[in-house]
Write a protein that binds this ligand. Structure first.
Ligand code: ZN
Length: 254
């Protein structure tokens, strides 16, 4: 019989799993607060209704579960057969009945959790490939999922905010976003300063080598919300890219 507890004993990985499971529970709570009719409403993502977001989060869990099966068996099973197949699946999922959509989210989340739970400790180091073609150890899937559930709970646009997302998740997310900018070379002379919080000192992200950068400043949650293209509240800008105090649009992230 399969074990009923995680097979890994790595404290960092167990901590990461906890963060992912909390995010899933948070998304579930926001979804459960919506009536069936409200699923037709809009989100923070252009062109996507709440139906699209729920379908995407459900299929994302299934896709990540395929990576865990890959790590467990050594049989290559990609997240999606193609980007078109991924998009088609979301468009189809958005047409499901409310009850089917809710089941998709619930069942896929439970399935992924079981796959994670039962993955042998050493298999967490096995290499798998993300939808973007990056080769990563299976443990990276925990962060991939964590990021999705916390952010898309905000995208549902029924009350969740970036302030609900735990600070360690926000910090890593900001690292991902600014890292993507750097890879593309779109972060030139853009410096992001996170204001000092009670928990610790201030943080700096972005192009730290620029002589005269445009500086975006604000509390962690507000800065991440801006960087992710989800809103502009609570941040201020200064420097050459902020003429007249206007806040520049963030470079594209995904
Ligand atoms: Zn997503």
């Amino acid at each position: 019989m399969a074990a009923r507890h995680d097979q890994t004993a790595d404290p960092a990985l167990l901590d990461a799993l906890l963060q992912g499971r909390r995010g899933t529970a948070f998304f579930a709570r926001k979804l459960n607060e919506l009536t069936d009719a409200e699923l037709d409403g809009g989100t923070l993502l252009p062109g996507w209704t709440r139906r699209h977001v729920v379908a995407h989060v459900g299929y994302n869990a299934r896709a990540i579960a395929r990576l865990i099966e890959w790590a467990a068996t050594g049989v290559e099973t990609p997240m999606y057969s193609s980007p078109e197949a991924r998009n088609h699946e979301i468009e189809f999922g958005a047409t499901l009945s409310p009850i089917a959509l809710r089941h998709l989210f619930d069942h896929s989340a439970v399935h992924l959790n079981v796959e994670w739970r039962d993955l042998p400790a050493d298999a967490w180091h096995h290499k798998v490939k993300t939808a973007q073609g990056r080769t990563v150890p299976a443990e990276e899937t925990v962060w991939m999922r964590t990021r999705e559930v916390w952010m898309h709970a905000v995208d549902l646009d029924n009350g969740a905010t970036f302030n609900d997302i735990p600070a360690p998740v926000l910090e890593r997310l900001l690292g991902d976003i600014t890292g993507a900018w750097r890879t593309r070379g779109t972060d030139t002379a853009l410096l992001i300063k996170v204001e000092r919080t009670i928990a610790g000192s201030g943080l700096t992200f972005g192009d730290t080598s620029a002589a005269d950068p445009t500086i975006i400043t604000g509390p962690l949650a507000a800065v991440v919300e801006w960087a992710a293209g989800r809103g502009t509240g609570g941040v201020t800008a200064s420097g050459p890219g902020a003429a007249g105090g206007t806040l520049p649009a963030p470079p594209k992230w995904i």
